[in-house]
Ligand binder design. Structure first.
Ligand code: BEZ
Length: 386
């Protein structure tokens, strides 16, 4: 009787360990995005795009079910280090995905670098993340702040502008965007007569708009996104400036914002790595799937979230779900051509997309493709030693 019980116990233990062996642990993804504040809609679109790609992979990556651990980072850099440390040290996530705000992403990159945790940045353009902070375990599915801005500097020159005023939120993304614009614009003989800014996430634009009116530049270059972009475009128009001084921007100015901006955005030119009317079979399929799933149109943030999940899927497949194999993960991603709705792209040595930057113009509710402003633009990755 006793021997029988022992055999039974042993059989149960074996069955349990077999079933454990057959069911790999869930893959834990730390999603650190803004779900409140001026960039809330951007965070939601990124998560939507990310989940859509995971669903297209059958809900699993390399046979592992997915568990999301979500944090609302509030686009607040002062809380970012604590937030990301909790994901890494308390929740033991396998990979970090985030964020939107450059200041938050820099804190995430520091922790990722120090701990060796995989990080995929699905928006924040901080040049340093794929510049001086570049690392084998850090990847970006979006852009560097330099990329769309540099392209717009060239576009402004081609349109005949000689004197520009810039206006942005005063933080890394705005500063770097203006710097990228300046680099191209001054190289071609343009002059920036004044840089204007206000603290993030302020939207008291009135005094700055009055200053623009008195400076009378040929064009205004701007970086604003999310809720602030909506208000800026509306205020610029209400101040009567839209009729007299062309407003150019990095494409975040009019992406995901057109419903709220209405006619005030009509006709605006921007540069970005996505447009609403690419018309490729790949983009059409993505847009249809996104609209069916979420009952809304995708924007650049949704594309970047979708592509962050594609990068993760490629790396995870290469290491058969064992994300501790960082070098093999990186090597697979480095060789991959990402089949993005924006058009196929590869990552640079510094792990930033090398991609076409489109010139778009707002027509009704769309950022319509005008032309390719710069083909296959690679960020200079200044300071990256990898
Ligand atoms: C940034 O902070 O890097 C950023 C935020 C919103 C849109 C684009 C860039």
């Amino acid at each position: 009787m006793k021997a029988h019980r022992i055999t039974l116990l042993a059989a149960c233990a074996m069955a349990a360990s077999l079933s454990l062996a057959q069911t790999p642990a869930k893959l834990k993804i730390g999603l650190m995005l803004p779900y409140t504040g001026t960039y809330a809609a951007l965070g939601i679109a990124i998560e939507n795009g990310f989940r859509l790609q995971i669903a297209e992979q059958g809900g699993k990556l390399a046979g592992r079910e997915i568990e999301f651990v979500k944090v609302d980072d509030e686009s607040d850099p002062s809380k970012a280090t604590d937030n990301v440390n909790k994901l890494v040290k308390r929740d033991n996530v396998d990979v970090l995905v985030g964020s939107v705000h450059s200041g938050v992403a820099m804190a995430m990159a520091k922790v990722a670098k120090d701990t060796g945790t995989l990080l995929i940045v699905p928006n924040a353009g901080a040049d340093i993340v794929t510049g001086a902070m570049c690392a084998p375990n850090i990847f970006r599915s979006s852009f560097s702040n330099w990329q769309p801005a540099y392209a717009m500097g060239e576009v402004a020159l081609k349109k005949g502008a000689k004197k520009a005023v810039t206006i942005t939120h005063k933080y890394a993304a705005g500063d770097e965007s203006v710097k990228g614009f300046r680099e191209a614009f001054e190289k071609g003989g343009g002059q920036i007569v004044k840089d204007l800014s206000l603290p993030f996430p302020g939207v008291e634009f009135q005094a700055l708009l009055t200053e623009i009116a008195s400076l009378k530049p040929d064009v205004v270059y701007t970086f604003f996104a999310g809720g602030a972009a909506v208000k800026f475009v509306k205020d610029y128009s209400a101040a009567g400036l839209k009729k007299s001084i062309p407003l150019y921007g990095a494409g975040f100015l009019t992406d995901g914002t057109l419903d709220a901006q209405g006619a005030d955005a009509d006709g605006l030119f921007t540069t970005l790595h996505y447009a609403d009317s690419l018309g490729t079979p790949r983009d059409n399929a993505f847009r249809l799937a996104y609209a069916k799933t979420y009952k809304m149109q995708p924007d650049v943030y949704a594309v970047q979230g979708y592509d962050a999940a594609q990068i993760l899927a490629i790396g995870a497949a290469a290491v058969k779900g064992d994300l501790s194999k960082k070098a093999e993960f990186a090597s697979a991603v480095e060789k991959a051509k990402i089949d993005s709705p924006r058009g196929p792209f590869m990552l640079s040595k510094a792990h930033n997309p090398v991609q076409d930057i489109y010139l778009r113009q707002v027509t009704g509710k769309e950022n319509k493709l005008v032309s390719i402003a710069i083909k296959g633009l690679a960020d200079p990755a200044r300071g990256c030693k990898m």
